[in-house]
Design a protein around this ligand. Structure first.
Ligand code: SF4
Length: 697
């Protein structure tokens, strides 16, 4: 047996693990001792990695759908068909009618190749990925206030904080090693504050839990700021030296009272005043937030409200203190960094900047598109309108993870051609016209970038099963078939070197430098050859931090007589994403085998429900059947449901109302109705939509 160092393929923490390899198979994993993030530990998902890539449960051969059924095909035939379909869509609709949805689970190298394929080969900026539905408001909001949308601190900085403020993030479930670090910091004396409508595990253990009303984040953050200003607790020295536009923010909040904030949020005036005092007086406040901030139609303004609080109190730019969006997927930070977004090239270089455009055109030796691209949601909407023909989806499962599943299904049905590059037959993969088998992380070389901007090496430990191939190799061959030879890299290291040469924040990063350092945190350039554990120490990318007044906006859909409950979505510790990897593990599946509806016992009593009784849950978009879990984790009137389970897909219910700036759909709040099933009736996994017969897809 040998052990190959690698990085966990699940969440954005980026724990170091060793792949135990025997007879050409990964037979288990072990934690990397001395790893700066995980410190020789892994969570349950990390330990289950070998199940997730089990070669016997993988796609191993290209498949082409004929008469509604997949048949095996050679790579030559499958890639020939993909190239032909894209060429035909380009001829008929032009570059606006084709696009790529890249993958936040794939490597930086794969993502760099995906955006280059879209831009240099298909001549479109229609390139996006699932950051659209997790942290696009962080990218947009922090770009407006600071100039950078990434975590400002390192995970290890939690150890130096005397106050930890977690807003809208279920950290022990979704970023387990960060949650554990926060609890250790609390044990040694730091004050732990959690703001969340649900009593999460961390909230129950926190010193202070503010159980805010669902969707009232801006009201709460503005209310805290008003109390801070009213008491003169703001950090005037920091504001004077590092910020601009304080007066408009002061005026915006001048008419507000703590009582109004209390009424809007459900948090008592005493709790508001206590947190405002503690946060503004902390020596080092580590502010972390998650999708409880971003997944709203006010997502970008929610992020700006967090940024306002951080800047007014000067809680940024020092060890232990800063603003830290907790990125979800193992490489969602990297997929954004690599330019898999419709408005930026790698390194967040704007596609609208003629100098940037010219630089990439020269480096890639081709003309590049001028027209701005579509987001992933924009591509799907355009398909429904008949304006979008051919789509490549790499390793993502929007049919399960995007809002309003029926809209996604309609969009897929409207496409002329869908090619999916995947490890296994996901719900989205079932809709493909051509299915291409991909290599998993243990089967390729490359890099992941974790949520603290740490670029880390992964290494090929085993061969891919059957005929499966790496993503960038697939794209490179397709590029040749479509007439572009500029993606013929010798190996992953050569690809990375091309990217680093075009991306200033990566300019001093190379594979040998990563090997020597447990990775490097960008920006890593001539001025920061050892990387940057802390951002914004002396200035912001914008120069001065901007304080922007924002106003509370309620969720698009609030409870009413017809749909009397507010429903939010969440994730469970033992599963990940659409469950296509974690649900292969019998150990993880044993822990949480079903997608339950979480409901307060008082609501259960009102509806006459027994614990674990079957229920039918309906929204304006569709319905499903599941079982109810009665728990005071959720407040009266609010329900919660995880989205990992294809047999109880909560995104059949969710609302796709969008944040106008980032186009983030409002996954965290919609209105639903709950009806009991007879006590002896099991929930059906065949529930569906009002308009689409899902089974016919
Ligand atoms: Fe993997 Fe995240 Fe768990 Fe670490 S915390 S082992 S990166 S799933």
């Amino acid at each position: 047996m040998r052990v190959v160092p690698s990085i966990c393929t699940f969440c954005g923490v980026g724990c170091g693990l060793g792949l135990r390899v025997e007879d050409g198979r990964v037979i288990g994993v072990e934690p990397q001792p001395g790893h700066p993030v995980s410190q020789g530990q892994l969570c349950s998902k990390g330990w289950a990695t070998s199940f997730a890539i089990d070669p016997y449960k993988r796609l191993t051969q290209p498949m082409i759908k004929e008469h509604g059924h997949f048949r095996p095909a050679s790579w030559d035939e499958a890639l020939g068909r993909v190239a032909e379909e894209f060429r035909s869509a380009l001829d008929e609709q032009g570059p606006a009618g084709v696009g790529v949805i890249s993958c936040a689970r794939a490597t930086n190298e794969d993502n760099y190749a995906a955006q280059k394929f879209a831009r240099a080969v298909l001549k479109t900026h229609n390139i996006d990925h699932c950051a659209r539905i997790c942290h696009s408001p962080s990218v947009a909001g922090l770009a407006r206030t600071l100039g950078s949308g990434a975590m400002s601190n390192s995970i290890a900085d939690i150890d130096q904080a005397d106050l930890i403020l977690v807003i809208g993030a279920d950290v022990t479930e979704n970023h387990a090693m960060i949650g554990a670090r926060m609890l250790r910091a609390q044990a040694r004396g730091a004050t732990l504050v959690v703001v969340d409508p649900r009593k999460t595990r961390l909230a129950r253990l926190a010193d202070i839990h503010l159980q805010v009303r669902l969707g009232s984040n801006i009201a709460l953050l503005n209310g805290l700021l008003q109390i801070i200003f009213a008491n003169g607790w703001e950090n005037r020295a920091f504001i004077d030296s590092r910020c601009e536009d304080i007066q408009p923010l002061r005026q915006h909040l001048a008419g507000l009272t703590p009582e109004q904030t209390s009424a809007a949020t459900g948090v008592t005036v005493a709790e508001l005043q206590r947190l405002a005092f503690l946060y503004s007086h902390a020596k080092a406040a580590f502010t972390a937030y998650g999708m409880g901030i971003t997944q709203f139609q006010s997502g970008t303004n929610n992020v700006i409200a967090v940024s306002n609080l951080v800047l007014v109190c000067g809680q940024i730019g020092r060890p232990g203190t800063g603003i830290n969006p907790l990125r979800g997927q193992n490489n969602v930070q990297g997929a954004c960094d690599m330019g898999c977004l419709p408005n930026v090239y790698p390194g967040y270089q704007a596609v609208s900047d003629p100098a940037v455009q010219a630089r990439f055109a020269a480096a890639w030796a081709t003309e590049l598109p001028q027209a701005p691209g579509l987001t992933s949601q924009g591509m799907l909407k355009a398909a429904q309108h008949g304006d979008f023909r051919a789509l490549m989806i790499m390793g993502e499962d929007p049919l399960l993870t995007d809002p309003d599943q029926n809209q996604v299904a309609r969009a897929f049905a409207a496409l002329d051609f869908l090619v999916v590059v995947e490890l296994s037959l996901t719900e989205t993969a079932k809709c493909a016209d051509v299915l291409l088998p991909a290599a998993a992380f243990a089967e390729k070389d490359g890099t992941f970038t974790n949520c603290e901007r740490r670029v880390q090496r992964i290494r090929q430990a085993i061969a891919a099963p059957g005929l499966a191939r790496g993503d960038w190799q697939i794209l490179a061959e397709l590029a040749v078939r479509l007439g572009y030879p500029g993606m013929a890299w010798a190996d992953a290291e050569a690809l990375f070197a091309e990217m680093a040469a075009l991306t200033p924040a990566f300019s001093a990063i190379s594979y040998p430098a990563l090997d020597a350092n447990h990775g490097l945190q960008w920006p890593c350039d001539a001025a920061h050859p050892q990387g940057s554990p802390i951002l914004h120490e002396h200035s912001f990318p914008l120069g001065r931090g901007r304080l922007l007044p924002v106003t509370q906006v309620p969720p698009d859909e609030c409870p009413d007589a017809e749909y009397p409950f507010a429903m939010t979505t969440h994730r469970l510790h033992f599963h990940y994403g659409g469950g296509s990897m974690t649900r292969k593990s019998p150990l993880l599946e044993r822990e949480t085998p079903a997608g339950l509806l979480f409901m307060h016992p008082d609501d259960g009593e009102t509806l006459g429900l027994l614990n674990h009784q079957g229920v039918r849950v309906s929204s304006r978009r569709g319905y499903l059947e599941t079982r109810v879990q009665l728990t005071d984790d959720v407040p009266v009137g609010t329900l919660a449901m995880p989205y990992h389970f294809q047999e109880a897909p909560c995104n059949r219910l969710t609302n796709d109302a969008q944040d106008p700036i980032s186009k983030m759909p409002e996954l965290k709040a919609c209105a639903v109705r709950v009806e009991p099933l007879p006590p002896d009736q099991a929930p059906s996994a065949q529930a569906g939509s009002r308009e689409v017969d899902h089974a016919s897809l």
